[in-house]
Write a protein that binds this ligand. Sequence first.
Ligand code: AMP
Length: 216
Amino acid sequence: MKNIILIAAPAAGKGTLSEMLVEKHNYAHISTGDLLRNASAKGDELGKKISEILARGELVTDEIVFELLERRLQEDDIKNGYILDGFPRTLSQAQEYDQMVKKMGIDLGIVVVIDTKYETLKKRIVGRVLCKDCGSVYNTLTGVNTPKVDGICDKCGGELYKRSDDNEESFEARFKTYQEKTAPLIEYYKEKGNLFLIKGEDKEQMLEEIEALLHD
Ligand code: AMP
């Protein structure tokens, strides 16, 4: 399958779309946010440094992100195709990534922008809760995926929690960072000729639109 780079504002639907592609098409899902949260959970010197940056909603340094990503891209499961979620976040990351895939003999694939309204994004972030045990995602504000019992996972009964950066203040900071640093990537990939746009309001429509691109 074609490798996919997803470009989208925070909570535009990258995680949901990735989950569907993993289930239906056996994609490997690589989220740099997850790689960073896992590294930060180790609690060592590097982990503490990462946690502080995450809590402020700022970007982690390229050096740290590339080290984690390069390690991840050496695993076997990426051979069937992988989705990059949350990376690249800046023009410099996109340029360095071009060099990295060339060196590693990996195909760049297609770049997909998810277009989602600002108000939708904010509700998705501020209301988002996740299961501690199975990672399922719910929302208490949007009316979509509301947990049946408050605080409990419908699927496995695990406890639901909020990511520490899922609050209004951090959302505003992350959205501003997206507009300033990530949105310019759209122009970069448009010029390369491998950029596509899909709508992010409805998950089934999102899947349909991306599947059409994979079959082209
Ligand atoms: P996400 O889970 O993609 O929303 O990312 C959560 C946080 O991880 C972001 O607010 C950044 O602090 C950090 N992060 C994720 N991906 C990157 C990246 N490619 N470069 C720098 N920081 C990142």
